[in-house]
Design a protein around this ligand. Structure first.
Ligand code: KG4
Ligand code: ZN
Length: 351
């Protein structure tokens, strides 16, 4: 990354990696990171994709094209700023859907070029794992981050910003993907994760029990696709009443949450870290939040969660991660480049 002057003014953040258009304005203040957020807006494409039971990449790209610039104007107005006030632009450069990423990257690069300010491409998962810094009393590295979204289930050791070591990864389905696919096979509408979690609230404990995959052997990798099959067999062999659907949902949620808690405990023990950050869409799951907080009370580690709105995809986390890098003089040349697959460990440290 070429080094440039440290950017300290307002940074525009743009997220378009999947099915949410997120825009935010943030001024990086190391001494009080949570107070730097000036405005943020989000447009979710959920309704657009619901009929298809999943995200349709081409429709996602076209909708980002329609919604992005109106959201940028709305966010600037909410912060009382003009485009000329921007000191830098940050956008999600990957991983994600190539076409969707290109919409954000092109718009961001064009604005930065027109305004004569630096722009930086942000790793979407770095955005997620730094999202707790948007809150008061943020975690200091070193910490362990559990990143659980629709595309990822990862445990990451964070030695500093940009200094990441992947401790465990998913071998097949990501945690959010497992929620979504399981919900779909029980007939719940897209996106299934939150719907399944809500249904689990009416489930009767103990009615069903599913395995905790890969917890019977050492290691920090995850595998959730077998769980989906267990649910399918249990559901198809049942009376398929509403109560049974809730019972199965609860047993599935318990199995995923238990597995994640066991692996987090192991990761904290292996690294000796005393802080755990939970981020990504599945971080919005209430059972997961409660069980990890309880495990922390028992084992003596502290848990940090972003607010619910910043667990799922949003522009604020991209503005934050980008603003930190711009403040360290990091940006890239003025080319539109995206990375649909991008190794988190390959990022440079922010120093
Ligand atoms: O981080 P995110 O918004 O997008 C990706 O980068 O993937 O995560 C979305 C994922 C979806 O799979 C969704 O079903 C899941 O997060 N999710 C939940 C909950 N809220 C969102 N899963 C379980 N319980 C929830 N409350
Ligand atoms: Zn995400």
């Amino acid at each position: 990354m070429p080094a440039g002057p440290a950017v300290t003014g307002p940074v525009l953040g743009i997220e378009t990696s999947c099915d949410e258009t997120g825009v935010a304005l943030l001024r990086w203040q190391p001494e009080a990171p949570g107070e730097g957020l000036l405005a943020h807006t989000l447009y979710s494409q959920i309704k657009l994709h619901a009929d298809y039971g999943g995200v349709v990449p081409e429709l996602a790209s076209r909708d980002h094209v329609r919604k992005l610039m109106p959201l940028v104007r709305e966010t600037l107005a909410a912060a009382g700023l003009e485009p000329q006030d921007l000191a830098g632009v940050a956008y999600t450069a990957g991983p994600g859907l190539a076409g969707a990423l290109l919409v954000g990257a092109s718009a961001a690069r064009a604005m930065a070029w027109a305004l004569g300010v630096p722009a930086v491409g942000v790793h979407h998962m770095e955005g997620h794992l730094l999202a707790p810094l948007l809150e008061a009393d943020p975690p200091e590295p070193p910490f362990v981050a559990l990143l659980v979204s629709g595309g990822h289930s990862m445990l990451v050791e964070v030695a500093g910003i940009g200094r990441y070591r992947i401790l465990g990864d998913t071998l097949d389905d990501a945690a959010g993907e497992a929620f979504d696919k399981t919900a779909k096979l029980m007939g719940l509408p897209y996106p299934g994760g939150p719907a399944l979690a809500a249904l689990a609230g009416q489930g009767r404990p103990g009615a069903f029990r599913f395995s905790r995959p890969m917890t019977d052997r050492p290691g920090l990798d995850f595998s959730f696709s077998g769980l989906k099959t267990q649910v399918l067999l249990a559901w198809q062999g049942s009376d398929r009443t509403e109560q049974t659907r809730a019972d199965v949902a609860l047993a599935f949620e318990e199995a995923i949450v238990d597995t994640l808690v066991i692996k987090c405990r192991r990761a904290l023990e292996a690294t000796g870290a005393a802080r755990l950050v939970i981020a990504g869409g599945v971080g919005a799951n209430r059972r997961l939040r409660a069980e990890l907080a309880a495990a922390g009370d028992q084992d003596g580690f502290r848990t940090y969660f972003p607010r619910l709105a910043f667990c799922t995809d949003n522009g604020a986390m991209i503005a934050l991660a980008g603003a930190i890098r711009l403040a360290h003089g990091q940006h890239q040349d003025a080319t539109v480049q995206v990375f649909p697959r991008w190794d988190l460990e390959s990022l440079p440290p922010a120093v």
